[in-house]
Design a protein around this ligand. Structure first.
Ligand code: IMP
Length: 181
């Protein structure tokens, strides 16, 4: 079990539970508008960070949805990004000519977003591919890529909560927080 060198009492709230839940309603509406009405949307939850975001977001969709889960190896227990990405669990149905929504927790350097969008375009040839992330650290970008939709733009600080972790911890918090330096 990774040792925890951060104390929850030091955590500051960056985005409250109320702010997140309010944003999800708007975001779901905007996202759904770009898909054909009543057609199935294949929602791809990128484990583990986007679990909370995905399950809360899909509650607001009116289109029929299918939920799928994939896992990408990138960070490990470090706080830095990696350009050595791998899809480590990618058991997906046939998405050829399907409506696909990739749901990520945060876009930081942009490497994961690029990897995922390229992978889906090249391997699956969806009819429509939309990428959303809850958080967008625009200032940390190493490559030029923007999500089609995002909830909040944040500064270049390491955040936890609402699915996001530090050494596997803090995912269960209903808000987004950070440890002041
Ligand atoms: P990117 O490839 O650098 O854009 O990073 C994407 C992934 O890094 C996210 O899906 C997260 O799992 C992780 N990540 C980036 N920034 C943070 C953070 O502030 N807190 C927790 N995880 C992060």
């Amino acid at each position: 079990m990774p040792t925890l060198d951060k104390n929850i009492n030091d955590l500051k709230v960056l985005i409250s539970e109320e702010e997140i839940q309010k944003k999800l309603v708007e975001l779901a509406k905007s996202i759904e508008n770009v898909f054909p009405k009543d057609e199935v949307i294949y929602v791809i939850c990128v484990l583990k960070g986007s679990t909370m975001f995905t399950v809360d977001l899909v509650k607001h969709f009116n289109n029929p949805i299918q939920m799928e889960f994939i896992r990408i190896s990138s960070y490990g227990h470090e706080q830095k990004s990696s350009n050595n990405l791998q899809a480590i669990d990618l058991t997906l149905p046939n998405l050829h000519e399907k409506n696909v929504l990739i749901v990520e927790d945060i876009i930081d350097t942009g490497l994961t977003a690029r990897f995922l969008t390229d992978l889906f375009k090249i391997k699956h040839h969806p009819k429509k591919l939309v990428f959303t992330s809850l958080l967008n650290k625009k200032c940390a970008r190493q490559i030029e890529i923007e999500p089609d939709f995002y909830g909040f733009e944040i500064d270049d600080k390491f955040v936890v909560g609402y699915g996001l972790d530090y050494k596997g911890y803090f995912r269960n918090l209903p808000y987004i927080g950070y440890f002041p330096q």
